[in-house]
Design a protein around this ligand. Structure first.
Ligand SMILES: Nc1nc2c(ncn2[C@@H]2O[C@H](COP(=O)(O)OP(=O)(O)OP(=O)(O)O)[C@@H](O)[C@H]2O)c(=O)[nH]1
Length: 280
């Protein structure tokens, strides 16, 4: 069986660092994995990719071409679409070993995951080639330490989960950079208690009240459905890496995920709760 982790997340969230740490972890376990760079704009990383999209197309090709003349975002989308149009090249580069475990380092353009279809097509292609695929979404923990930011990060993760429909895990990166206070704050949010999320939401203006109400409803939805969970990762702690990889390996082997398949949910009975009870 072939396995693939699609590593995604906003720019600078730590994707390349994650890929190299994970590869090192598997190397230590004498179970080596390979890394494929699919970021056409990547400048440097600490690993040696076995396949590199930049050998097919570089972001500069899309930006500097007289006819295309894309900006950085359009250029990235163009490069990913170009990869999908060059499947034969890609397939040949990946080879046909039926015992592969490949980590794919993807670009940091969030639109690719939240609503565009290219990454979904990439996942389907890999599945057609015999890979069990899962998505690993990295979110910088420093951007999740107050209520509104946590809600925003959660909604972005939810969009990705719905868009891709893959076994999925959300990872909080850069945990080693959090102060003790910030870590404590974040821990409150990780226990799904929407009240904690609301402690930073201001409601002393008319708009503030509206947003507060909206935040309450979103917080309630997150709690009711246990929709989106985050796993903290301290890249400097081998145990943290090992625990995460065990979770991912189980998910990827059995095609199971944290909670992502919407149809599998126990839907709360609307009669039982109108969605605001927890805040009254
Ligand atoms: N302390 C600490 N720094 C990290 C961690 N992960 C990433 N960094 C740093 O954060 C910066 C961005 O990390 P990258 O791994 O390049 O992030 P990326 O998501 O691949 O970035 P793009 O390719 O630009 O989208 C680098 O300076 C890393 O050294 C982490 O877990 N802890």
């Amino acid at each position: 069986m072939r396995y693939a982790q699609l590593v995604m997340g906003p720019a600078g969230s730590g994707k390349s660092t994650y890929c190299s740490a994970i590869a090192q972890h598997f190397e230590n376990e004498r179970n080596p994995v390979t890394i494929v760079n699919l970021d056409p704009a990547a400048e440097r990383f600490d690993y040696s990719p076995t396949v590199d999209i930049r050998e097919l197309i570089h972001i500069d090709d899309a930006m500097e071409d007289e006819l295309l003349h894309f900006g950085p975002n359009g250029g990235l989308v163009f490069c990913m679409e170009y990869l999908m149009e060059n499947q034969e090249w890609f397939k040949e580069q990946l080879g046909d070993d039926d015992d592969d475990y490949i980590i794919f380092d993807l670009p940091g353009q969030i639109e690719l995951y939240t609503h565009m279809k290219t990454i979904k097509q990439l996942a389907e292609l890999l599945q057609n080639w015999g890979f069990n695929v899962c998505s690993v979404m990295l979110v910088d923990s420093q951007f999740m330490v107050d209520g509104p930011k946590f809600i925003s990060g959660t909604m972005a993760a939810l969009s990705v989960m719905i868009n891709l429909e893959l076994p999925h895990i959300n990872v909080l990166s850069k945990m080693d950079l959090l102060s003790k206070t910030a870590r404590k704050h974040l821990d409150n949010f990780l226990e799904p208690d929407p009240r904690a999320l609301l402690s930073d939401v201001k409601s002393n203006t008319a708009w503030g009240k509206k947003y507060c109400y909206l935040s309450k409803r979103i917080g309630q939805m997150i709690e009711d459905y246990s929709l989106v969970r985050f796993v903290p990762l301290n890249i400097k702690d081998e145990n943290s890496i090992a625990d995460l990889q065990l979770t991912i390996s189980t998910m990827i082997q059995f095609g199971e995920d944290q909670d992502v398949r919407m149809t599998d949910f126990d839907q709360p009975d609307p009669e039982d709760n109108d969605g605001t009870e927890a805040f009254d």
